[in-house]
Design a protein around this ligand. Structure first.
Ligand SMILES: [Zn+2]
Length: 79
Protein backbone atom coordinates (compact mmCIF):
# COMPACT_ATOMS: atom_id res chain seq x y z
CA UNK A 1 0.00 0.00 0.00
CA UNK A 2 1.09 3.56 -0.53
CA UNK A 3 1.88 5.89 2.34
CA UNK A 4 1.45 5.16 6.01
CA UNK A 5 -1.35 2.72 6.52
CA UNK A 6 -3.76 2.63 9.40
CA UNK A 7 -2.67 0.20 12.10
CA UNK A 8 -5.49 -2.17 11.33
CA UNK A 9 -4.37 -2.60 7.75
CA UNK A 10 -0.76 -3.27 8.65
CA UNK A 11 -1.42 -6.85 9.70
CA UNK A 12 -3.24 -7.77 6.50
CA UNK A 13 -5.68 -10.03 8.32
CA UNK A 14 -3.08 -12.54 9.41
CA UNK A 15 -1.79 -13.98 6.15
CA UNK A 16 0.92 -12.20 4.27
CA UNK A 17 2.45 -15.39 2.91
CA UNK A 18 0.38 -17.81 0.90
CA UNK A 19 1.27 -21.09 -0.77
CA UNK A 20 3.77 -20.69 -3.56
CA UNK A 21 2.74 -21.80 -7.03
CA UNK A 22 6.23 -23.08 -7.86
CA UNK A 23 7.67 -24.71 -4.74
CA UNK A 24 4.52 -25.33 -2.73
CA UNK A 25 5.73 -23.81 0.51
CA UNK A 26 3.70 -21.11 2.20
CA UNK A 27 6.24 -18.38 1.62
CA UNK A 28 4.80 -16.50 -1.33
CA UNK A 29 4.40 -12.88 -0.28
CA UNK A 30 0.98 -11.59 -1.25
CA UNK A 31 1.85 -7.94 -1.66
CA UNK A 32 5.43 -8.24 -2.91
CA UNK A 33 4.40 -11.24 -5.07
CA UNK A 34 7.74 -12.89 -4.46
CA UNK A 35 8.46 -16.27 -2.92
CA UNK A 36 11.05 -16.19 -0.16
CA UNK A 37 11.93 -19.86 -0.57
CA UNK A 38 12.44 -20.38 -4.28
CA UNK A 39 12.48 -16.79 -5.53
CA UNK A 40 9.40 -17.15 -7.70
CA UNK A 41 8.36 -13.73 -8.95
CA UNK A 42 11.90 -12.43 -8.80
CA UNK A 43 13.63 -14.68 -11.28
CA UNK A 44 13.10 -17.72 -13.44
CA UNK A 45 16.02 -19.36 -11.69
CA UNK A 46 15.77 -21.04 -8.34
CA UNK A 47 16.74 -18.92 -5.37
CA UNK A 48 19.78 -20.59 -3.75
CA UNK A 49 22.90 -19.61 -1.89
CA UNK A 50 26.12 -21.53 -1.43
CA UNK A 51 26.24 -20.58 2.24
CA UNK A 52 22.89 -22.24 2.73
CA UNK A 53 23.51 -25.95 2.54
CA UNK A 54 19.89 -26.99 2.86
CA UNK A 55 18.71 -25.24 -0.26
CA UNK A 56 21.74 -26.35 -2.24
CA UNK A 57 21.15 -29.99 -1.41
CA UNK A 58 17.39 -29.82 -1.28
CA UNK A 59 16.20 -32.20 -3.93
CA UNK A 60 12.57 -32.14 -2.95
CA UNK A 61 12.01 -28.55 -4.01
CA UNK A 62 13.87 -29.05 -7.27
CA UNK A 63 11.87 -32.15 -8.17
CA UNK A 64 8.64 -30.37 -7.26
CA UNK A 65 9.48 -27.49 -9.55
CA UNK A 66 10.50 -29.78 -12.36
CA UNK A 67 7.19 -31.56 -12.11
CA UNK A 68 5.41 -28.23 -12.20
CA UNK A 69 7.34 -27.15 -15.27
CA UNK A 70 6.86 -30.43 -17.11
CA UNK A 71 3.12 -29.95 -16.85
CA UNK A 72 3.37 -26.76 -18.89
CA UNK A 73 5.08 -27.43 -22.17
CA UNK A 74 6.98 -24.75 -24.03
CA UNK A 75 8.11 -23.21 -20.78
CA UNK A 76 11.67 -21.90 -20.76
CA UNK A 77 12.87 -22.69 -17.29
CA UNK A 78 16.43 -23.04 -15.97
CA UNK A 79 17.64 -24.27 -12.65
ZN1 LIG B 1 8.33 -20.72 -3.96
Amino acid sequence: MKGTAAKGLKRNKGRLHIRCRRCGSASYHKIKSVCSTCGYGNSSKLRRYNWHKKTVTKKRIVSKIKRHVSRRKGNTFKL
